[in-house]
Design a protein. Structure first.
Length: 247
């Protein structure tokens, strides 16, 4: 339940408690994944938003019953990491080449009348490349280390820290910075595409490309939210709670 006293809470806390609020923040153009560290009060003041409307919408979203409201916060961390890998990382790997293909096509056909398509195509291509190497780092370095830390809780075998992991804040800061870069890119894509609105002279491929871009952005928001606002916070607590006997 959202009340006026809740304006001191951070955006990321609302979303971590109830993901249904994410849709409301998206509607108001509030970035809840990369810039979720701001309080509701700060956002209302900065973005010049009608606070009353926003609070009402948040309250309504929390009351609406949807079968899809998943309480990710209650999940064990290993389940959350498996889920991120199999759902969100796989999604990026599978959809990126398809979206690149469609964007190439519509830029070729419609680029003359809609030159913003060249910029959108360039931004998405860069994003897909960077995301794939980011995901690789998570799957090959960060997640395996956190799985070892989790195991250490029951076995007592303190894992050896990989290079750069002496302080867990460092890899987390790097990964979060990369999330921010993608947030900036996709905000720019949303702006250039007039929030994924197809022009009147668009064709079916145009429509499919913009729909896929929008879905990609939505999936990325949830993906980054799960990592920034749940996984990293819990992983840090866990890693910091280990005795520092290993290097
Ligand atoms: Fe990820
Ligand atoms: Fe990530």
């Amino acid at each position: 339940m959202v009340s006026t006293s809740n304006t001191q809470r951070k955006i990321q806390e609302f979303v971590a408690d109830d993901y249904r609020t994410a849709e409301v923040f998206s509607k108001y153009g509030i970035d809840f994944c990369c810039r979720g560290n701001r309080t509701l009060e700060e956002v209302i003041a900065k973005e010049k938003i009608n606070g009353e409307d926003l609070l009402n919408d948040l309250a309504n979203a929390s009351q609406a019953s949807t079968a899809q409201n998943i309480d990710y916060k209650s999940w064990p961390l290993d389940l959350l990491m498996d889920y991120i890998e199999k759902k969100h990382h796989r999604y990026v790997a599978e959809k990126s080449p398809v979206i690149n293909f469609y964007l190439d096509k519509i830029a070729r056909v419609h680029g003359e009348r809609h030159p913003e398509l060249f910029e959108i195509k360039k931004l998405f291509k860069e994003s897909a490349e960077d995301l794939l190497s980011h995901i690789k780092e998570e799957e090959n370095m960060f997640f395996p280390y956190i799985r070892e830390v989790l195991e250490a809780k029951s076995t007592g075998n303190i894992p050896k820290k990989p290079e750069g992991y002496e302080n867990i804040d460092n890899p987390i800061a790097k990964l979060m910075e990369e999330h921010d870069d993608e947030g900036v890119r996709h905000r720019e894509i949303a702006k250039l595409s007039n929030n994924y609105t197809m022009p009147e002279d668009g064709c079916n491929t145009y429509k499919v490309a913009f729909k896929m871009l929008k879905d990609f952005q939505d999936d990325l928001h949830l993906h980054i939210h799960l990592e920034n606002n749940i996984l990293f916070l819990e992983a840090k607590k866990l890693a910091d709670s280990l005795p520092s006997t290993a290097n």
